[in-house]
Design a protein around this ligand. Structure first.
Ligand code: NAD
Length: 315
């Protein structure tokens, strides 16, 4: 059995697969060459970069598994593949903590102007230290503020836990029934149970000081002009879900009119070429879709993928 790990796989996962007798190739075959080279393989593992569309699936009659390291499967024609008897698997929980931690990187960056300070210190730090000190003098704390989590699934839950640990009031909303009990785990194995407050979408928009989005992209923006208008003046918002979840033009408008104090963005409408007006905005904290990009998450992804592939082929 030959496995192509086209977007890479952590060493631990690779070793597990090799130990189970598979040949694992970690070369990256460019998208346009896959149609001629993927038919040699029984399994392909991808992250978000490689696209597995109908034409490629048709060209690979021997393909048994398409394995996505991560959550979103928007780069794979999942139902079509399954219709052809190919198993499509993913590792939805492996990166939740990493994404949630990045969300707070953006919140801290936003409330203390770190994104802008970093940029300006590089050019003005020597000539205008006192001026910059003054410019960033009015930061705020997160403690005691209300965090609104929209989408209380795997990542929303981890985000809520960090908010609670920081002393924030956490309100959540979801379109599906949810368990509002969360268990915080501490370093030496101690745990603490908490209850988050579930409220309606509009109520959350109107009461949260900080909003974090953790929903799938369902074809249209969840947060547009109307929703921004319902938010508290000076709210901060972080999007580490999918680009289209926020209407970027509406975001820019509400950043510019002062309604929104800052935004933290890990994902963009038009990846990999996001809008320059967002990239250059002084009140937007930015990262290039790296929510899951930690050693720990990638190790878990590799381990989970290997376990799932081994299980699937053993059936
Ligand atoms: P999940 O499926 O566990 O949770 C999503 C939750 O959103 C569900 O509980 C669902 O009921 C709820 N939901 C759906 N539509 C809603 C709406 N309109 N209003 C309120 N709630 C709604 O998903 P997850 O694993 O937590 O992932 C969340 C998002 O994060 C996805 O978009 C995923 O693609 C993205 N993600 C981003 C990165 C990154 O690198 N930034 C990494 C992993 C996942």
């Amino acid at each position: 059995m030959r496995i192509l790990a086209n977007d890479g796989i952590d060493n631990l996962g690779k070793e597990m697969l090799e130990k189970a007798g598979f040949q694992v190739d970690t070369v990256h075959i460019p998208q346009e060459e896959l149609i001629s080279r993927l038919p040699e393989y029984d399994v392909v593992t991808v992250r978000s970069a490689t696209k597995i569309r109908k034409d490629l699936i048709d060209a690979c009659p021997n393909l048994k598994i398409i394995a996505r390291g991560g959550v979103g499967m928007d780069n794979i024609d999942v139902e079509y593949a399954r219709g052809k008897g190919i198993a499509v698997i993913n590792t939805p929980s492996a990166s939740s903590i990493s994404v949630a931690e990045l969300v707070f990187g953006h919140f801290f960056s936003g409330v203390r102007f770190l994104y802008d300070a970093q940029r300006k210190m590089a050019t003005e730090g020597e000539s205008n230290f006192a001026g910059l000190k003054k410019a960033y003098a009015k930061g705020s704390e997160l403690r005691g503020k209300t965090l609104g989590v929209i989408g209380f699934g795997r990542i929303g839950r981890e985000t809520a836990k960090i908010g609670l640990s920081l002393g924030m009031r956490v309100v959540v909303c979801d379109t599906h029934p949810i368990d509002t009990k969360v268990t915080l785990s501490f370093f030496e194995g101690q745990t603490l149970d908490f209850e988050v407050t579930q409220i309606g979408f509009d109520e959350l928009l109107g009461s949260a000081d900080f909003i974090s989005l953790h929903v799938p992209f369902l074809g249209k923006a969840l947060i547009g002009n109307e929703e921004f208008a319902k938010m508290k003046d000076g709210a901060g918002i972080v999007n580490a879900s999918r680009g289209g979840v926020i209407d970027e033009d509406a975001l820019l408008e509400h950043l510019n009119n002062g309604k929104i104090a800052f935004a933290g963005l890990d994902v963009f409408d038009n990846e990999p070429t996001p809008k320059t007006s967002l990239l250059r905005h002084p009140r937007v904290s930015l990262s290039p879709h790296i929510g899951a990009a930690t050693n720990e998450a990638q190790k878990r992804v590799g381990e989970e993928l290997a376990t799932l592939i081994i299980q699937e082929l053993a059936v």
